[in-house]
Design a protein around this ligand. Structure first.
Ligand SMILES: [Zn+2]
Ligand SMILES: [Zn+2]
Length: 354
């Protein structure tokens, strides 16, 4: 269960907070238990060990770091392998906002029990190159290779990212979405391609050994097939089996996080108004669960689809675009079910070893 609260007054605390909005207490997030604790400069004891605020707290990092880790920065910050040079103020500001999305991603991976083994402990471990294409001498392509996820910090600038979204014809483009997509590549690599899951994966998504270079050229020359909506979650997913898996993985994380937030807030949707005719007519409420670890993907989607439709109406009430501008056809539901089973089977007890 996700339950972020101030340790002093009990007020609900945002995942990004460094202070409690209600009582002003300086708080820090203890990454292994995923709970907030007081964060005095000299540190504090949590579960019998001493924890300090992360050295990047002046840049907005609210995680705690274990005193005996020998590091001045937290687990999330240490996963960053490359970052902008000191003095590159604009890029460092972009790093700070982007790191908030990275921490959200890592907390979610921990909730799902997905193993995160750092790049500095083993070859092929997970790491992040967070650099900006606007910095002198940098050429940045968002992507994943051998455990390292590269993110272009310039995309955290709204005008730049939005211009890309429009020119690429995408309904949704966010920094959090980039993180979720790119770790999808990482987890396909470690949890599927190196295991017995690969055969079923190829049946559903296609053979990932197909030339990626040819796939890119074809995609940018011809675009997606006309009937892509019958088989894929997005046009980009049609490019190559790797992209299809990464897109489905990202969507799985979108759904899981949104359902988790709804469940933590006690949200329930009542009545016929939210249930369309395709759903079980005996259902009279949609109540998101605290965890879907023991549920099927079909059960998750039974909650997700009416909830997403409801949030889309909420956004429209504010003159905003749909929260979830996607449809889930049967072929995509089968791919999502595969992702769900891989995630459930890959759970480890201590996903973050801070
Ligand atoms: Zn408080
Ligand atoms: Zn940190």
């Amino acid at each position: 269960m996700r339950d972020f609260r101030c340790p002093r007054c009990g007020a609900t605390t945002l995942i990004e907070s460094t202070t409690c909005d209600a009582c002003g207490l300086e708080v820090g997030l203890h990454p292994t238990s995923r709970t907030f604790h007081p964060a005095p400069t000299q540190g504090a004891e949590v579960d019998g060990q001493w924890w300090y605020p992360c050295g990047n707290r002046p840049w907005g990092c609210n995680w705690l770091v274990r005193a005996d880790s020998g590091a001045g920065t937290c687990f999330s910050c240490r996963l960053t392998r490359r970052r902008p040079d000191e003095g590159d103020t604009l890029a460092l500001e972009a790093l700070a906002t982007t790191s908030t999305d990275k921490r959200r991603l890592l907390l979610q991976l921990a909730e799902l029990g997905l193993p995160v083994r750092p790049w500095y402990e083993r070859e092929g471990g997970l790491g992040f190159d967070l650099v900006s294409s606007r910095s002198d001498g940098e050429r940045v392509t968002i992507g994943h290779a051998n455990g390292i996820v590269t993110i272009d910090l310039a995309e955290s600038l709204d005008a730049h990212r939005e211009a890309l979204r429009v020119s690429l014809g995408e309904p949704y483009r966010t920094m959090l979405g980039h993180f979720r997509h790119e770790v999808g590549h990482y987890f396909e690599w470690v949890l599927v391609e190196q295991t017995a899951w690969i055969d079923e994966c190829r049946e559903l998504f296609g053979d990932e050994r197909a030339s990626y270079r040819d796939a890119i050229a074809r995609h940018y020359r011809e675009g997606a097939p006309a009937d892509w909506v019958d088989t894929h979650i997005s046009e980009y997913a049609t490019m190559h089996p790797w992209e299809d898996f990464a897109e489905c993985f990202a969507h799985y994380l979108h759904m899981h996080d949104t359902l988790t937030v709804a469940a933590a807030g006690g949200l329930e949707l009542h009545g016929d108004a939210v249930l369309d005719s395709s759903l079980d007519p005996d259902r009279r409420a949609v109540a998101p669960r605290a965890s879907y670890a023991d549920a099927t993907m079909a059960e998750l989607l039974d909650d997700w689809l009416p909830l997403a439709a409801f949030f889309n109406r909420v956004n429209r009430a504010m003159g905003k675009a749909d929260l979830y501008p996607f449809g889930i056809v049967d072929a995509v539901a089968r791919k999502l079910a595969f992702v769900h089973r891989v995630v459930a089977a890959s759970r480890v007890p201590d996903p973050i070893v801070a």
